[in-house]
Design a binder for this molecule. Structure first.
Ligand SMILES: O=P([O-])([O-])O[C@@H]1[C@@H](O)[C@H](O)[C@@H](O)[C@H](O)[C@@H]1O
Length: 371
């Protein structure tokens, strides 16, 4: 809605000339839906984000009509409360899920898939792309190896974490699936096989929005200039819901693995670690400080340092738009399975070991042109 009112589309890569003849769905034709555990009405969230400097002043007034329309369409799930029940959501909002006859996690998948199907029907959509932007989960050991085994286990026990159930729901509903997080979701072979059986594309994982984005430009520079890197240390300070989630060492473990993958694959073993610290008053803002020790001709020691200060939501939002448009194109072209050509967007690119941003961009543009 903000873009329709003339707000700048900075950061939307698919608006660049390289993508103009790709036949991507225009951003003003995208329809958004989602599940959220937050009960705060959208208009209040906009006020909060504006006060925090995440949204430009005045935007809330410009998009009042769209916000009201979105709020009218909110459906409460069991557990949420509307205003009449002491919650914050609109009074008209009602819980709509009847108890599920299917047992165990199969029932959860089926219910979520029904929501996605209902969304498609309601807006008469040609393609649906499910994007996981939920909180990062702790690592999860999945002990089944194939889609067939998974089908059996789902009715009997808790075999998958929520992110993977979401992925299966997307596939059951005929949607593409994209993981913006480092959670388990599409990591298990059995989940990927499920997507392939359904003839659908999937991609991810863990969007590179800040520190890792800069690293994926700088690390290739050291490689191409034959400058050995000895240590690369990074500290990330952030608040917000993401920061609070990552204060849990188990969730931080998933994020840490993802954040460290690129550097080790580009440079091999270098000393140093990545740290993430939760600093509540920073809200949605993050600061990353990186310190790199390298050497030049005759072994002379040198240092590079950079500081990246970004607004996490403003960095992530344009990537969500890109990934929705590109995944819709993949659906249009009947692409099945992993989408490694979208590695440009991710810290842990699926089925790809390319991390250098420029090469990833070229691969993306090549794929778009082949289409
Ligand atoms: O992309 P990047 O700046 O390297 O990594 C970031 C993490 O350091 C941060 O903890 C998380 O909240 C961001 O969403 C993002 O994943």
């Amino acid at each position: 809605a903000a873009l329709d009112h003339g707000a700048p589309a900075a950061g939307v890569v698919t608006e660049l000339p390289d993508f103009s003849s790709a036949g991507l769905v225009p951003t003003d034709q995208l329809v958004f839906g989602g599940h959220d555990v937050v009960e705060t009405p959208l208009s209040k969230q906009v006020e909060r984000l504006t006060a925090g400097g995440v949204l430009p002043a005045g935007l809330g007034t410009l998009i009042t009509a769209e916000l009201a329309e979105a709020e009218r369409n909110i459906t409460l799930l069991p557990g949420n409360r509307n205003a009449a029940e002491g919650g914050d959501l609109p009074v008209g909002a009602v819980a709509h899920h009847p108890p599920d006859p299917q047992p165990g996690q199969f029932g959860v998948v089926r219910r979520m898939a029904e929501d996605i199907r209902a969304f498609r029907l309601r807006y008469d959509l040609e393609h649906v792309v499910a994007i996981n932007v939920a909180s990062t989960e702790a690592p999860y050991e999945v002990d089944v190896d194939s889609a067939a085994e998974l089908r059996m286990a789902l009715g009997e026990r808790d075999v998958l974490p929520p992110s993977s159930l979401g992925a299966l729901a997307a596939f059951e509903a005929g949607a593409a699936y994209m993981d913006f997080t480092p959670s388990t979701s599409i990591k298990p072979e059995a989940v990927r096989e499920w997507a392939i059986e359904k003839g659908l594309p999937y991609g991810g994982q863990d969007a590179k929005t800040g520190e890792t984005l800069v690293k994926s430009v700088l690390a290739p520079m050291f490689v191409h200039r034959a400058l050995p890197v000895h240590a690369w240390s990074g500290t990330n300070l952030l608040g917000g819901g993401d920061g609070a989630t990552l204060a849990d060492p188990r969730a931080a473990e998933s994020k840490g693995v993802s954040k460290e993958r690129g550097l080790s694959e580009m440079l091999g073993d270098v000393a140093g670690e990545v740290h993430i610290d939760y600093v509540d008053p920073m809200g949605d803002w993050k600061t990353a400080w990186d310190h790199v020790v390298f050497s030049g001709f005759l072994g002379v020691r040198m240092t590079l340092q950079f500081t990246w200060q970004g607004c996490d939501s403003a960095l992530a939002a344009p990537l969500v738009l890109d990934l929705a448009r590109l995944s819709a194109l993949a659906l249009e072209r009947k692409h099945v399975g992993a989408m490694p050509f979208l590695g440009f967007y991710f810290k842990d690119p699926i089925e790809s070991s390319e991390h250098a941003l420029a090469r990833q961009y070229d691969a993306l543009v090549r794929w778009v042109r082949e289409c």
